[in-house]
Design a protein around this ligand. Structure first.
Ligand code: 1CP
Length: 366
């Protein structure tokens, strides 16, 4: 594995370590909180900044990514920042064309159709060259954050990326990608392995660039059943955490890792034993049963239904209180069960963050 050479060492001192402490199950004064898609179209300043610019061009501009990462932090006292980027930069780095089509989302003009198409992918991806713009964005943002909160790096998980590469975009059934699993299991494993190799180097590069935690998004776990999950998702999720951690240990670094397998509740026990410090949860899992099933082995992150943000602020506060009582305040990071939607009211996001901080301080005093 080629390390990222341009290692910056003069980052500002971290002032708020609640998120990192919670990842490691240590005590905190308040429960840390951040939101998936906290940089996004629900913010007028985001819409204004992005207006007229191509999505992936924006991803390739470190200054733009830095600005978009910092925007939500100026409004809300989030306890973590997540670098503005996208999971689909990896298929791009492997040689695929991906465009953001307005009103449709990410689109691959030439998705993978048959196993022969694997030959069209770059066999050896030079991650520093192809994705160096993400590393630059991370380094710049870590400096500009000035130690306010830790910076999270992220990647899509192999199965989720494979699904996009074959479907050519979003999908409700994922039947084209699942066809590969049932009809071409060998080629599927080949592709998943190729993705895993790139992801490991990519995550290590993000840490070298300044990421202080890493989240792996298995957004399409839900379309797999327990058997396919065991064969096509879990082994690669484990491999990624093990390989990244082995490398980091060699250089004496300790960077917590979060795995978020959306709608993968059947895999919760296994996910809690997959070398990740934190398991992210969607809203279909009850907090108490998630604690029981993970047996205190990991910290948990989540899981308010994003749509609860459509409720009046007082109701949001009640929902948050219940959620905190269910998870407990130790080894817990409050978040939504999935990303924010563009039509959400920023004020209610503020109410969510405030409710987490206020209720968790009270619960800690009891
Ligand atoms: O023009 C725009 O602003 C488009 C909306 C948008 C944004 C804000 C997309 C398109 N990507 C992003 C940024 C993004 N994507 C972040 C930024 C950091 C933050 O959270 O604030 C992150 C973490 C992602 C990750 C991502 N992209 C995931 C995993 C998380 C999840 O939602 O499950 C996925 C599945 C994608 C693909 C993607 N990118 C964009 C869209 C609309 C989609 C989903 C497409 C689909 O499946 O229909």
């Amino acid at each position: 594995i080629q390390p990222f050479h341009n290692v910056p060492k003069d980052f500002p001192k971290l002032k708020n370590d609640a998120f990192l402490r919670a990842c490691h199950g240590q005590e905190t004064n308040h429960v840390p909180v951040w939101c998936m898609r906290q940089a996004g179209r629900y913010l007028p300043e985001f819409r204004e900044f992005r207006a007229g610019k191509d999505f992936f061009e924006t991803c390739r501009s470190p200054a733009a990514c830095c600005e978009l990462t910092l925007q939500p932090l100026r409004r809300f006292p989030f306890d973590a920042a997540i670098i503005f980027s996208d999971i689909l930069v990896i298929p791009q780095a492997m040689g695929m064309d991906v465009q953001m089509v307005a009103g449709k989302g990410p689109t691959f003009p030439e998705p993978l159709k048959e196993p022969e198409d694997l030959l069209l992918l770059q066999p050896k991806v030079d991650v520093n060259k192809e994705l160096g713009y993400v590393f630059k964005a991370i380094t710049l943002t870590r400096h500009k954050l000035d130690g306010k909160v830790p910076l999270i790096g992220f990647t899509g998980a192999p199965w989720t990326l494979m699904a996009y590469m074959i479907e050519g975009g979003g999908s409700t059934t994922h039947s084209k990608a699942k066809r590969w699993l049932y009809r071409h299991p060998e080629a599927s494993h080949k592709l998943l392995k190729m993705l895993t190799d790139v992801i490991v180097v990519y995550l290590l590069g993000q840490v070298a660039a300044g990421a202080q935690a890493l989240q792996v998004f298995e957004s399409h776990a839900g379309c797999l059943g327990p058997v396919e999950f065991q064969e096509f998702s879990l082994p690669y999720l484990r491999d990624i955490a093990r390989k990244v951690k082995d490398q980091l240990k060699e250089s004496g670094q300790d960077v917590p890792m979060i795995v978020f397998a959306k709608d993968g509740h059947y895999g919760l026990e296994d996910l809690s034993q997959s070398h990740y410090e934190v398991v992210g949860l969607d809203w279909t899992i009850d907090p108490r049963s998630a604690r029981e099933r993970t047996g205190g082995k990991v910290s948990l992150q989540g899981n308010m239904d994003p749509c609860a943000l459509y409720a009046p602020k007082e109701r949001i506060s009640e929902i948050v209180k219940k959620m905190l009582e269910g998870f407990g305040t130790r080894g817990y990071i409050a978040n939504l069960g999935h990303g924010l939607y563009p039509d959400m009211d920023p004020e209610n996001v503020g109410a969510f963050v405030e409710a987490v901080h206020t209720h968790s301080r009270h619960l800690n005093l009891k």
